[in-house]
Structures are given as structure tokens and as C-alpha cells.
Design a protein around this ligand. Sequence first.
Ligand code: NAP
Length: 237
Amino acid sequence: MALTGKVAVVTGGSRGIGLAIARALGARGVQVAITATSDATLRAAAAELGGGAAILPIRADVRRHAEMEEAIGQVAGRFGGLDILVNNAGIGLFRPVADMSVDDWHRIIDTNLSGVFYCSRAALPHLRARGGGWIINISSLASKNPFPEAAAYCASKAALNAFSEALMQEVRHDGIRVAYVMPGSVATEFAARRPGSDDWRLSPDDVAQVVVDLIAHPPRSLPSAVEIRPSKPPKKG
Ligand SMILES: NC(=O)c1ccc[n+]([C@@H]2O[C@H](COP(=O)([O-])OP(=O)(O)OC[C@H]3O[C@@H](n4cnc5c(N)ncnc54)[C@H](OP(=O)(O)O)[C@@H]3O)[C@@H](O)[C@H]2O)c1
């Protein structure tokens, strides 16, 4: 897919990986809407992205399906359609199951999993109207490598992988290409900084590069899942 003139929505595009994806798409001539729940962060991100008519910040919570339907409709109305949905918004609350409240559980599942369903369902008619497009879901290597104090997060991302694979098979004959990206540790505000140098962690730009490469991938084949990990993490032991 040639990128110039395409229209994308990046959920959670106000900082971290989502902002890097929005920046990478914008640099390639894509008209980009970014969504998040904090107005102030959205405004700062839109300014950082250069503002202007090709950037549309929208306050919308992925946990609320009506808000996301309205947001995606607004994007299609403003830019004349939709070609790319990047389901990036996600949260992690890391604590043992015994200490996890029911509200914490729902917050993670509603954001990381139900939010992807709401946004994908809202985007599909618009992608079909264009004759195809991309849905790219930002999962995590934690989906394949569960670890203690992350049960809800790991479960949400494992379920996201399954959702992505099923959706991919449902819509690929309509020209809609679905993929999920599983990054290892990325240097964002998402997780508390660990002691010592973080130089080994992925940059948000590394994940953005994968997203851009997926969209530019020739249509004959479909890279439907990508793992990306730091080249040189600290050695164990
Ligand atoms: N950082 C890592 O090590 C890592 C590794 C693997 C995968 N990931 C995944 O990558 C994605 C992005 O992570 P990140 O590290 O960039 O996180 P981040 O820096 O915390 O950014 C998260 C973004 O999502 C938005 N967001 C959070 N809850 C939302 C909601 N309910 N509705 C709409 N937007 C919401 C945030 O804005 P507001 O707070 O203003 O809503 C923000 O823009 C997540 O899905 C995460 O699971 C991260």
C-alpha cells in the first residue's frame, strides 16, 4: 500500500509507542487521527506532530464503544474515509492475582481487549468501503511469555493475539489485512524504569518502523504476526 494520502487512526497516539507510530505515518504523508483520554496530552502530541490539517486529535476512551464509533466516524467524515487502524492503546497494572481488584481486572481487559474489538468493529465498514486496508494490533511478547504479577495483562494480550488471528481470516478476502505486533520491553512511561541503564530496551520508533513496514508490504503475502525484541538485553545470571 502506498502511504501518501492514506488515512489512519492510532489509538493511544498521545505518547509512547502510539505517538511514534503517528509520527512515522505522518512523515510518510498519512493523515493521522490520534485518540487518548487526556486532552492535555493529546494537545501536546498534536503540536509535536506539527499540528495542521493532516493531524486530528480526538479524546475518546477505547473502553466506551459508542465513543469509539463516533470517533472513527468523525475521522472518516473529516478525511473522506479510513485505510488504517492501529489498535495501540493499552495499559498494564502489575500486581499478584490475590491483590488485584475486580475493577483492575476489568480496566485491563476492557482497554487491551474489548477496546480492540470496539475499534475494529467500528472501522470495518469504512475499510470495506475503501476496498481494503490494515488493522494492526499492538500486542506484547508477554502474550507468549507470561510472568508473575502480570496475569491480567498477559491474558489480555494472549487473547488479543487470538482475536487478531481469527479476524485476519474473516476479512483477508475483502482486502483487509490484519496483523499483530509483539514488542519486548520498550522505553516508554508504561512500565516503571528498572534500575540501571535502559539503553538496551526497544525505542518506540523501532515498533513504529515495524508498523510502517507492514503497511508497505506487498499485497501478495501477509506478515500477520511480528515479534520484535531488544537485540542485546542484559545477560541472565
Ligand atoms: N512499553 C512496553 O514495554 C510495551 C511492550 C510491549 C507492548 N506494549 C504495548 O504497547 C502499547 C502502547 O504502550 P506504551 O508503552 O506506548 O504505553 P504508554 O506510554 O503508557 O501510552 C499509552 C497510550 O494509550 C492511551 N490510553 C490508555 N488508556 C486508554 C483508553 N482507555 N482509551 C484511549 N487511550 C488510552 C494513553 O493516553 P491516555 O492515558 O491519555 O488515555 C497513551 O496515549 C500498549 O498496548 C502496550 O501494552 C508496550
